[in-house]
Every structure is written in structure tokens, then in C-alpha cells.
Design a protein around this ligand. Structure first.
Ligand SMILES: Cc1cc2nc3c(=O)[nH]c(=O)nc-3n(C[C@H](O)[C@H](O)[C@H](O)COP(=O)(O)O)c2cc1C
Length: 320
């Protein structure tokens, strides 16, 4: 059976990574309208084993696609087979046609039922779980996977599992689960993975500038790239990759980018989050990714310390 990918075959898609606490529907809406990633993902949606309502009201809003032109992939995290199946069905009821399963999250808190990256510890059990989600996906079914649980070569032994389960494409973040976010993504593994499988491989990890993105694309021969923290810090990275914005910002351009970005995000966050405190905290989660900014790291750290949105806006609008 041939499944539909969320991008057309003539495109090298640039995707916005799923990021818990960041890529909610408000942020995705801004990215889609402004810098047009080719594919966007929900934050992971937790499976609730045994629950009569697999999706909360918020999950339902998050899973509903916002823009016909930019496909949304709904990502699930969980271990319980019936729960995965029920959540995948709930996603489909919200109109989701592209489903993804998280095989990478390293944190115990998220994986108290040993989900996410922990599923790599049991490749046999993985089959059942992947098939449960595959069955529900109307178009593509993908996995976002680390290079291994604690061994960076494990990914190669998982390829037959992905084939057997009808996975349509892989997203590789080439760190092990136990490595968490330490060290660097090893794109020599990404390159070998591209060579070892006929499935399209989307390459992810530490692609923080257009130059790095282009170099890793050339090095690995990946079918596309996925940007996480780098894109949250610098949304124009998508346009830089396409040559539609300067490869690197200058100070003035960066000030304008930040002002537009954070003002637009603030407006959207006020619509979906309750109260100034929550809106401010959510905005700060985004700004945490900008601490190392090449022009404004001092001002960003100052904004991270304010306790009023108004004070943040004053500093923001003073950037030049
Ligand atoms: C705050 C944060 C939240 C994340 N949430 C998710 C998630 O919900 N699902 C997922 O598959 N990966 C998640 N990730 C991993 C990213 O999608 C990505 O694989 C990783 O950050 C490496 O890419 P990058 O270097 O471009 O950020 C998260 C990462 C961070 C830092």
C-alpha cells in the first residue's frame, strides 16, 4: 500500500519540530503565516491508558489542522497499546491524517509509563505499538526516533521493524536517549541511515543556522530537515534556508525580527492562555531559547527576569 507523505515528492521539506511547551497551536499559526515551514507537528500528546476520553479539550484543539497548505502531523507519546490506538482514533476524529509516534523523549517525567525513547528498550513490543497507530493513520505514519536507547548504532537494527509496521518516513535525531541533549547530534549516523533505508529520512538535531542546515543536508543526503530550538530562537531560519532572508541576520534585522515575533506571539498567546502570568511564562519559554543571541543576549536575559508584560514590551521595543 502506498501512503501519502505530508510533502510533495519534488520538495526537500523543512519542518518545524514538535516541542512540548513551545509548538502549541498559537506558535504554529504564527510560523505558518510568517515563515511557512513545509510541515508542522503538534507537541506530543500523551496517551491516557484506560481513559474513556483519550483526548482532552485542549488536545482536540491542538490536533485540528489550521492551514490546508501546511500539513500538520499529530504526535503521540505512550506505551499502552489500546491507549495508543484510542488516541490515534481521536486524532483522526479531529481531522488528523498524518500521525507520528515519539520514540525519542528521554525524560522520566514524560515517560512514566516508559514511553517515548524508552520504547526502544523493547523492539519486540515496539511492533505492536507501531501497528496500533499505523492502522489509524489515513495518510502518513512516521516515527521520530533517537539513534538508539543507549547505543548509537541501534537504529540500524530497528529498520526491519519500521518496514514491517508500514512506517512512511523517519525523523532521526542522532543522539541516544540516555545522552538526552548532551554532546552533539552525530550526523554521520544520519548519513549512514539515509544509505541503509529506502524510507525518506528527515534529519534533525543542532541545525541552528542556514549554513549548518545546508551543510548537513549535503552531507547526509536526507529527504528533508527538521528544525527545533534553532527555529524557535530564529523563525526566519526557514526563510534563510530558502534564500528568502539573509543567511545570517544583522543587528537591525534581528531587532526587527524579535519585535515582530514576540509582539505577534504575545497577541496569540493572550487568546489561548489564561491571565498575564501564564502568558508571560509561556513567552519566556520561547525566549529561553534565545539566551545565546549574538546581538541581544543581555537584553533577552533582562526580559527573562521581568515580572510584567509591559516591562518586557518596553525593553523589546527599545531594541535597535
Ligand atoms: C523544550 C523541548 C521540548 C521538546 N518536545 C518534544 C516533543 O514534544 N516531541 C518530540 O518528538 N521531540 C521533542 N523535543 C525534541 C525536538 O523535537 C528535537 O528533536 C531536538 O530538540 C533536537 O533538535 P534541535 O537541535 O533542532 O532542537 C523537544 C525538545 C526540547 C528542547
Amino acid at each position: 500500500m502506498k501512503h501519502l507523505l505530508p510533502w510533495s515528492p519534488d520538495l526537500t521539506p523543512l519542518m518545524l519540530a514538535p516541542m512540548q511547551g513551545l509548538t502549541n497551536r498559537a506558535l504554529r499559526d504564527l510560523f505558518v503565516k510568517w515563515v511557512r515551514p513545509d510541515v508542522v507537528f503538534t507537541e506530543f500528546i500523551r496517551v491516557r491508558p484506560g481513559s474513556k476520553k483519550p483526548f482532552s479539550a485542549v488536545d482536540r484543539l491542538e490536533a485540528a489542522s489550521q492551514d490546508e497548505q501546511v500539513p500538520l502531523v499529530v504526535q503521540l507519546i505512550g506505551r499502552d497499546v489500546a491507549g495508543l490506538s484510542a488516541s490515534a482514533r481521536a486524532a483522526r476524529e479531529e481531522g488528523a491524517v498524518h500521525l507520528n509516534i515519539n520514540l525519542g523523549c528521554p525524560y522520566g517525567r514524560m515517560s512514566r509509563e516508559s514511553a517515548g525513547g524508552a520504547l526502544l528498550k523493547d523492539p519486540t513490543g515496539l511492533v505492536e505499538r507501531l501497528l496500533a497507530v499505523r492502522e489509524q493513520a489515513e495518510a502518513s505514519f512516521s516515527v521520530k526516533v533517537r539513534s538508539g536507547y543507549d547505543h548509537p548504532e541501534q537504529i540500524f537494527s530497528l529498520l526491519p521493524v519500521f518496514d514491517q509496521c508500514g512506517v512512511d518516513f523517519l525523523i532521526i535525531h542522532p543522539r541516544t536517549v540516555t545522552q538526552k541533549f548532551g554532546g552533539w547530534a552525530d550526523h554521520a549516523i544520519s548519513k549512514r541511515l539515509v544509505e541503509a533505508t529506502s524510507l525518506p529520512v528527515i534529519v534533525n538535531g543542532d541545525l541552528n543556522t542556514a549554513e549548518t542546515g545546508q551543510a548537513v543536508l549535503a552531507q547526509t543526503g536526507g529527504a528533508g530537515l527538521m528544525f527545533g530550538r534553532g527555529a524557535i530562537a530564529d523563525p526566519l531560519l526557514f526563510q534563510r534556508m530558502r534564500g528568502l532572508a539573509p543567511a545570517e541576520p544583522d543587528q537591525r534585522g534581528r531587532a526587527e525580527e524579535l519585535q515582530f515575533y514576540l509582539v505577534e506571539l504575545l497577541e496569540r498567546y493572550r487568546l489561548i492562555f489564561q491571565g498575564e502570568r501564564q502568558v508571560l511564562d509561556k513567552l519566556k519559554t520561547v525566549m529561553t531559547m534565545m539566551r545565546g543571541d549574538q546581538f541581544f543576549s543581555r537584553e533577552i536575559k533582562k526580559m527573562l527576569r521581568v515580572d510584567q508584560i509591559e516591562t518586557l514590551q518596553t525593553i523589546l521595543l527599545g531594541l535597535h
